[in-house]
Design a protein around this ligand. Structure first.
Ligand code: ATP
Ligand code: MG
Length: 361
């Protein structure tokens, strides 16, 4: 049932390095999937971002881009190579951070899924890390005055973290709602034996939210114990909810355990907006050579369609997301692989094979 009469308008931000190769590959996959699922065609809105935007508009994230994104509810963000920007751009908050902050995209959702044929440390891993994106030790200093890092003297550096009840409540609800669409299990990760007040509050508020979800099983672990459990039995976890820094570290660990860090997708979401973003960087070393693997970006786009489908109760979009995942799996199974996967297909040939597999499942 499609309750949204308007066609979906999605932003396209190519970014730097391999972005202009892997983002169009994702657009191709989404177009094929939406058509095959019988949903309305997507209207794409291309917006400047990154190095080319610095040259053309004097900013890596021009105000015009932020303003245009404000009229959209979802977009694809290519990777950025902000370390290579000229000053003063290099010292500024990087493009994805700027957009996350501007739209308060507080939930970083990163699945770790061991695909058929993947070189997984723990085969069968199928979990999702739900990472709080705005607080903890990575909290933005301008939002929470006085937190962050400072040096009272040249030989002393101090970091402060922040956890607030409203921020934990909203990320916990994301995690429990997601668990209801999955295997109904949430694991809370904290370090409440040492960081008693901050991560203790995180754990306690998550447990309070859990009371509203009696149908979801809950457990909790200290971050150090969690790394051990992941290495041994990642396949037993479903949804993992944690604060910013722990989530950053755990999602790389989980991605690698699933054998697919290079293929790891993500979305960053608020209650009403979402941004698809591959977990990998801009790979400037291979940019422009038609060898980049677009899998992570394409998988992130599928997550975005799932998110949109949930938000607009549009089953055709969820079906389109499924078609993308199945089309990717079929392409890999057929032996069409990019060089990093041990194959000889270029980005373009691989993307066309995925689009063809989506169109004819
Ligand atoms: P960042 O700081 O932007 O996260 P990084 O230092 O983590 O960057 P990446 O840009 O992710 O680095 O690249 C790390 C290595 O992985 C590089 O050798 C790059 O070529 C390779 N790589 C990254 N993404 C891809 C991809 N999609 N396809 C093929 N190779 C990739
Ligand atoms: Mg990186």
């Amino acid at each position: 049932s499609n309750e949204s009469p308007r066609p979906y308008r999605l932003g396209v931000l190519h970014g730097d390095g391999i972005g202009p190769e892997i983002v169009p590959a994702s657009v191709l996959a989404v177009d094929a999937a939406v058509a095959a699922a019988g949903a309305a065609p997507v209207q794409w809105v291309e917006l400047p971002l990154g190095r080319s935007a610095i040259d053309a508009h004097g900013s890596a994230v021009p105000d015009s881009t932020l303003k245009a994104l404000g009229d959209l509810d979802a977009w694809l963000l290519g990777p950025h190579d902000s370390a290579a920007y000229p000053e003063p751009h290099r010292s500024r908050l990087n493009p994805s951070g700027t957009i996350r902050k501007h739209f308060d995209l507080f939930a970083n959702i990163r699945p770790a899924t061991a695909f058929e044929g993947a070189d997984a440390v723990v085969p069968g891993t199928d979990l999702v890390i739900v990472r709080e994106n705005t607080q903890g030790f990575y909290a933005d200093r301008s939002t929470y005055k006085g937190t962050g890092e400072f040096m009272p003297s040249p030989d002393v550096a101090i970091a402060m973290g922040i956890i607030t009840r409203p921020a934990v409540e909203r990320i916990a609800r994301e995690a429990f709602e997601l668990a209801r669409r999955r295997r109904r299990k949430v694991t809370i990760v904290h370090k409440a034996n040492v960081l008693r007040l901050t991560t203790g509050l995180f754990r306690d508020v998550c447990l309070e939210v859990a009371a509203d979800y009696p149908d979801v099983t809950v457990d909790d672990f200290h971050i150090d114990a969690m790394t051990v459990h992941l290495v041994r039995r990642a396949d037993e976890f479903d949804v993992v909810v944690t604060e910013n820094m722990f989530g950053d570290i755990l999602s790389d660990l989980a991605g690698e355990i699933a054998g697919s860090l290079g293929n790891a997708p993500s979305i960053n979401a608020s209650a009403d907006r979402a941004m698809a973003q591959a977990a990998h960087g801009s790979a400037p070393d291979i940019a422009g050579r038609d060898v980049a693997n677009p899998t992570a970006m394409i998988m992130s786009s599928a997550m975005l369609l799932d998110w949109l489908g949930g938000r607009h109760r549009d089953d055709a979009l969820s079906e389109a997301a499924d078609l993308i995942r199945r089309g990717l799996a079929a392409t890999v199974r057929s032996g069409t692989l990019t060089p990093d996967m041990g194959g000889t297909a270029g980005t373009r040939r691989f993307s066309e094979a995925v689009a063809a597999a989506i169109a004819r499942p």
